[in-house]
Design a protein around this ligand. Sequence first.
Ligand SMILES: C[S@@+](CC[C@H](N)C(=O)[O-])C[C@H]1O[C@@H](n2cnc3c(N)ncnc32)[C@H](O)[C@@H]1O
Length: 184
Amino acid sequence: MTLFFVLALYVLLILIWLVCFFFLLLMSYGIITTKVPYVPIPQHVIDEVKRLLPMKAGDQFYDLGSGDGRVIATMASAYPDAFATGVEKAPLPYTLTQIRFWRKPLKNVKTLFRNFSRVPLNNATHIYMYLFPEVVEKLLPKFEAELKKGTRVVSCDFPFKTKEPVETVVVSGRHKHTLYVYEF
Ligand SMILES: C[S@@+](CC[C@H](N)C(=O)[O-])C[C@H]1O[C@@H](n2cnc3c(N)ncnc32)[C@H](O)[C@@H]1O
């Protein structure tokens, strides 16, 4: 009985170790391929994004690097007549997104397991992103080439070097975040 208990404990420990190893492997793979780690933004900052990007029927919102889907979930619920698309390249956050929408489906949400630089943005009316400075900078020519006039973009924490925001909002909390609002 004791031997069985010890063996079961060993098997359990090995399983826990394998799960942790697999989790770390997925995290590292995501960071290596995207160069931006998965860091979810707190809900009170998303609420501010929602306020800064009011949408009407038919509007198209994109979260570029959508993590676990929390931003598209909030936007799609707040604006049920508009559409929210999340583009995510890393397997772990994309899987979390699938679990989120499997548990609570939303009709006006689309998720793409893809590199956002390969996603055409000509139908976007509102864009949000929480990335890194060099990635934000690389997106500017794409935005200038593809975005419709009047498209609003919110970048969390990292502004464009050569474009002036129309509004800057500092959101306080445990960690301070700055939202830079642009109009193209
Ligand atoms: C800092 S997290 C932000 C997550 C979410 N947008 C939020 O605000 O909570 C950045 C996410 O962007 C994803 N990402 C970075 N580069 C990407 C790319 N080229 N294509 C798709 N996703 C990318 C990363 O995998 C990561 O999950």
